[in-house]
Design a protein around this ligand. Structure first.
Ligand code: MG
Length: 310
């Protein structure tokens, strides 16, 4: 007859040294359960279904195994029609910690004239996010950038937002899609008639944002899927700017790991090497194939079972 030790060893729950890994309780280990990993969810992933019943939806997220959430949907100083303090209580009652939030300022095009209004928006937003108890606040929408002057102004606004958040002990960051990997050229470069030279001319907007902002004030929450969709390699960015990506959006075309186009193992290995603080699962594109909750469950299971995720 098989001993309990042999049984656990088969399940991979005991290392060669005989130690049970992770922070698993002996009670759980004896039942053959592995402890869940620390995995966060961007709640936009379950937007439609969560909005239908917020208290129970938050409970479902916790039941799947997620323990932190990044908000989406803060508007007019509320989450939908729920007050900030009430939303925090619902999350905590469900067993979830609100650690982050996605918020866009009221203007897409930044000008010298509307900078003050944007700063005021961030002040108010930071005040509310202190009440949510977040540790990070992230802008997910790209401001209009048509030239280098626009990019410089955006960096100035980002730095100011970072400063406002930092005063409240909140990290301020920016989340990319694919548009940030577009290049913008200066006048002379645009007039160059050599096609190959013109294609590689100018500066990538994402790099202008990274280089133009203060690392002490602004971090970058890289969405690894959108970086790949922007025809760029997340690993190259991790190597080039090792200190700028403390938080990631882990996303695939649909459910994580299914498209085969994302090398999550390499992404996690390099991100950990750079000191990754946390990451959020994001799910889009499943249409009617399955419910959003089923989709985020499959994403959780993929990462929770992946040996490369700590
Ligand atoms: Mg994202």
């Amino acid at each position: 007859m098989e001993t309990k030790r042999e049984f656990l060893k088969k399940l991979g729950l005991i290392t060669v040294g005989g130690m049970v890994g992770g922070s698993m309780s002996p009670a759980l280990a004896s039942k053959g359960f592995a402890a869940n990993k620390n995995i966060g969810l961007q709640i936009y992933s379950v937007g439609r279904e969560l909005t239908a019943d917020v208290p129970n939806g938050l409970k479902k997220i916790a039941e799947i195994g997620y323990n932190t959430i990044e908000l989406a949907g803060y508007r007019n100083r509320k989450m939908g029609d729920i007050e900030v303090a009430d939303y925090r209580k619902l999350a905590e009652d469900a067993g979830l910690k609100i650690t982050g939030s996605h918020v866009n300022p009221p203007a897409r095009k930044y000008t010298k004239e509307n900078m003050a209004e944007i700063n005021d928006f961030w002040k108010q937003t930071v005040e509310d996010h202190v009440k949510f108890g977040v540790t990070s606040l992230v802008q997910p929408g790209m401001p209009t950038v048509e030239n280098h002057d626009d990019a410089a102004l955006v960096c100035e606004v980002f730095n100011k937002a970072g400063e406002i958040a930092k005063d409240a002990n909140i990290k301020w960051g920016y989340h990319n899609h694919a548009g940030e990997f577009r290049r913008i050229v200066k006048e002379g470069e645009a007039a160059d008639t050599n096609v190959r030279r013109r294609r590689n001319a100018g500066d990538v907007i994402y790099d202008l944002f990274i280089n133009g902002t203060d690392p002490g004030l602004v971090f970058f929450e890289m969405d690894v899927y959108w970086t790949v969709m922007g025809a760029n390699d997340p690993l190259e960015y991790f190597a080039k700017y090792p200190d700028r990506f403390p938080i990631l959006h882990i996303k695939d075309r649909k459910v994580l790991g299914k498209s085969g186009m994302m090398n999550f193992e390499n992404i996690f290995n390099k991100a950990y090497e750079n000191g990754l603080d946390e990451f959020y699962v994001e799910l889009e594109g499943i249409g009617n194939e399955m419910s959003q909750f089923e989709g985020v469950k499959q994403c959780f299971d993929y990462l929770n079972n992946a040996p490369f995720v700590k």
